[in-house]
Design a binder for this molecule. Structure first.
Ligand code: PA5
Length: 427
């Protein structure tokens, strides 16, 4: 279960001022009366999602698991980050389970693209192409390349059965192609934006292919929805977190939120959070800059700045009590490294002491406010719960800032320039 610990960040009384606004905004989220209201499909999605499609996803994922060694997931931004964060958080970064999941189409990098294509040569692979618009340049180029390779390796007919497309229900280039070729399709609902889409087929199909129990994942999301659709600030930790963010931004004049984890396999959760909060709140010259770090690794790089540098940030630490695996420190007769004092101590114990020691150093000497979100363990249920917690907190937090959380007008500017330089018609 998820716990919010604010004692190293602020006094709960500081949040009292938000009580009434939370009531108003929670009602507005439910009644869809604020800007962006046509993108609130995610709020009740753990209840309303298409159960028949979920069953189809499980069946197709079983087929992929039985027939292919690799699944190439093509997508970018909201059509990529959630699935990657979830699969790494649950399976680890050195997982040997089959099929291997490779994320593709999230970059123009010629090096990465060429290496992935080379790696896939001769391998039995399937493709899940994910794009709501169907015209995102990175994804479309990557899909064109990987589809060509697949068709060359197994023929057009077999390739059709190995390509799964997740896109809009009614429109778009990808939907047109999928219909023409007869690919299996899944829906990214039109009232859910990319960064809020992890509970749709965008997340569910890759997760199911990676062997994750998607029913448990959705059950976690459902329980979070039932718990956090609650306008009582005293009992709602999701809105306490959202209001704390607003407090640090407006009252304490912080400009950065540093998301911290203590497991490399949770690093991608930080990437997902950066998009969720960055694209939702960074508008009208407002918003906290979301960034992330993995400790203790980054204590050896960013640690100095956090402890002693400009006082611009507060931390939100996601700490998971029980790891999936553990390792003991071995005895060494020579003990030249002086580590025998840790003999037979587990790495989870060492990691925990690093967490406690750092928390104390950052809050007490460094005066860096630290919010702690504690989970007992990482599993599909808890991850579904955590993702929904952040999505709901993000909506509340953006509305507190009087910002529409569900558009991203700023993202178009670089695209216009790039298309002009690339010579695309109309730019
Ligand atoms: O959150 C968003 O809306 C974006 O990050 C999109 O998900 C991303 O640009 C990919 O778009 P599409 O799914 O249309 O390819």
């Amino acid at each position: 279960m998820l716990k919010l610990i604010l004692e190293n960040a602020l006094k709960k009384e500081e949040l009292e001022q938000y009580k009434d606004r939370v009531v108003t905004i929670n009602k507005a989220i439910n009644e869809k009366t604020l800007p962006g209201n046509d993108y609130l499909g995610w709020a009740k999605y753990p209840l309303t999602y298409d159960k028949q499609e979920a069953e189809q996803i499980k069946k197709d994922a079983e087929y992929v698991r039985n027939h292919f060694d690799v699944l190439v997931v093509c997508g970018i931004g909201g059509s990529y980050l959630g699935a990657r964060a979830a699969i790494e958080a649950l399976n680890g970064i050195k997982s040997t389970s089959k099929p291997e999941i490779i994320f593709f189409g999230q970059t123009f990098s010629p090096n990465y693209t060429a290496q992935v294509l080379e790696y896939l040569k001769g391998k039995k692979f399937a493709i899940n192409v994910i794009s709501k618009s169907g015209t995102t340049t990175e994804t479309s180029i990557a899909f064109r390349l990987v589809k060509e390779l697949l068709e060359k390796q197994i023929g057009k007919d077999a390739a059709r059965k190995a390509i799964f497309a997740t896109t809009d229900k009614e429109t778009g280039a990808l939907l047109t192609l999928a219909r023409k070729e007869g690919y299996q399709t899944y829906v990214l609902p039109s009232d859910i934006g990319g960064r809020y889409s992890v509970f749709s087929a965008v997340g569910l199909f890759p997760l199911a292919c990676a062997g994750v129990d998607i029913d448990d994942f959705m059950k976690g999301a459902y329980d979070a929805m039932a718990t956090f659709d609650n306008d009582d600030l005293h009992s709602n930790i999701c809105y306490q977190y959202a209001c704390s963010r607003d407090y640090f931004y407006r009252k304490a004049k912080k400009s950065c939120e540093l998301f911290v984890t203590y497991e490399p396999q949770f690093t991608q959760i930080g990437e997902w959070l950066k998009q969720l909060f960055g694209e939702s709140e960074g508008k009208m010259k407002k918003g906290l800059f979301p960034t992330s770090a993995t400790f203790s690794t980054d204590l050896h790089s960013l640690g100095q700045f956090i402890q002693d540098g400009s006082p611009v940030l507060f931390e939100t630490i996601i700490y998971v009590e029980k790891p999936a695996y553990d390792v003991l420190v071995p005895h060494d007769d020579l003990d030249l490294d002086g580590l025998n004092y840790l003999e037979n101590k587990s790495l989870s114990f060492v990691n925990h002491q690093a967490f406690e020691g750092t928390l104390q150093a950052h809050t007490q000497e460094g005066k860096v406010p630290c919010i702690v979100l504690e989970l007992d363990s990482m599993n599909p249920y808890n991850l579904g719960y955590l993702f929904y917690f952040f999505m709901r907190a993000c909506a509340m937090s953006a509305y507190l800032l009087e910002i529409n959380p569900f558009n991203q007008p700023g993202v178009e500017v670089y695209k216009r320039n790039m298309f002009h330089l690339l010579g695309k018609k109309g730019y």
